[in-house]
Ligand binder design. Structure first.
Ligand SMILES: *[C@@H]1O[C@H](CO)[C@@H](O)[C@H](O)[C@H]1NC(C)=O
Length: 310
């Protein structure tokens, strides 16, 4: 650590004056040692770990994919559970630990403090899950061989909303290559337009939402349990604006009778599908499964693969 200090100071001095402490924090994380020299003999399994972040003990499950090889860089997914949920719940819902679904990406399933994530009023006060996320990524990249340009955020409900919070965070979102949420509990007072400054011009973002969602309604008419909610079409439109997508020519299709898929082409490089939305008619507040019209597991995996380092 000692001989790293001059590097850190140089990096800190090279930053624009407006750079937040959080950005320096992220940078500090990036300059930590690389986990590619470490060896692990448990590919294909999931184990439980602890990590101290902001002086608080945090827990997470970690899945090393079947094809994990020491010294070979692997993508990383961080998957956030819903309010009241657990790492085990989201591991079962998203199925990213099944070799048939995912044999290549490392997956971390962190636990929220009191089973909630930062943002809504019901979350535990004083907890920064943004800091925790940055600390988790730093710990994982220094212990495992992770491809830093292929780190993805996935979440359901409160966890999906927190994925949106990360996407909006200049200091903590830049570590991710893409963001995907299912039944996302987004709150306009947390990451509405005035509080959303993505780290990159292109911030790939995908959301799946049911029109019969009675917890986080598709077109809410009043506040949710955790605060004011956006209309989902408005939220998607804002992501299209932030990503400089062509909003006149969005690609609209119907992959199933009750499903509308909207895909935007975005940014200076006309990136197809950088912003995507699946509206599932008649679907409630639960993980999208093939029987509900959209296989959320496959949609998330395809989106992450599409945004992985080529
Ligand atoms: C998050 O990290 C920043 C920068 O290290 C620190 O200033 C802040 O106090 C942390 N937040 C919490 C809630 O501990």
């Amino acid at each position: 650590m000692k001989d790293l200090l001059p590097t850190l100071l140089t990096l800190a001095l090279a930053l624009p004056a407006t750079t937040s402490a959080a950005a320096i924090h992220a940078l500090r994380a990036e300059s930590q040692s690389d986990g590619c020299s470490k060896t692990h003999d448990w590919a294909g399994q999931t184990k439980e770990f602890k990590l101290t972040s902001d002086g608080r003990e945090r827990n997470y499950r970690l899945h090393l994919p079947k094809n994990y090889k020491n010294g070979q860089r692997a993508p990383l997914i961080i998957a956030y559970h819903g309010s009241g949920g657990t790492p085990e719940d989201v591991e079962q819902q998203m199925r990213f630990s099944e070799a048939g679904v995912n044999a290549d990406m490392v997956v971390a399933y962190p636990a929220g403090v009191n089973k909630n994530w930062q943002g809504p009023t019901y979350a535990t006060k004083g907890v920064s899950d943004k800091n925790f996320t940055t600390d988790l990524i730093a710990s994982l990249t220094s212990n495992y061989c992770i491809e830093p340009s292929s780190i993805f955020a996935a979440g359901h409900s409160n966890g999906g909303g927190f994925v949106g919070t990360l996407a909006c965070s200049p200091g903590h979102g830049g570590q991710f290559a893409a963001f995907a949420a299912n039944s996302g509990a987004f709150y306009t007072d947390v990451d509405g337009d005035k509080r959303c400054s993505p780290a990159s011009k292109l911030t790939p973002f995908l959301e799946i939402h049911g029109t019969k969602d009675d917890v986080i309604p598709y077109e809410p008419t009043k506040d949710g349990r955790g605060g004011p909610l956006p209309k989902i079409p408005d939220l998607m439109d804002r992501w299209a604006v932030r990503n400089a997508c062509d909003r006149e020519n969005k690609d609209v299709s119907s992959p199933a009778e009750n499903v509308q898929h909207i895909s935007w082409t975005c940014g200076a490089d006309s990136t197809k599908g950088a912003v995507q939305h699946y509206r599932i008619d008649g679907h409630g507040h639960s993980w999208a499964e093939a029987k509900s019209g959209v296989d959320g597991t496959k949609v998330f995996m395809d989106f992450f693969k599409q945004n992985a380092k080529k």
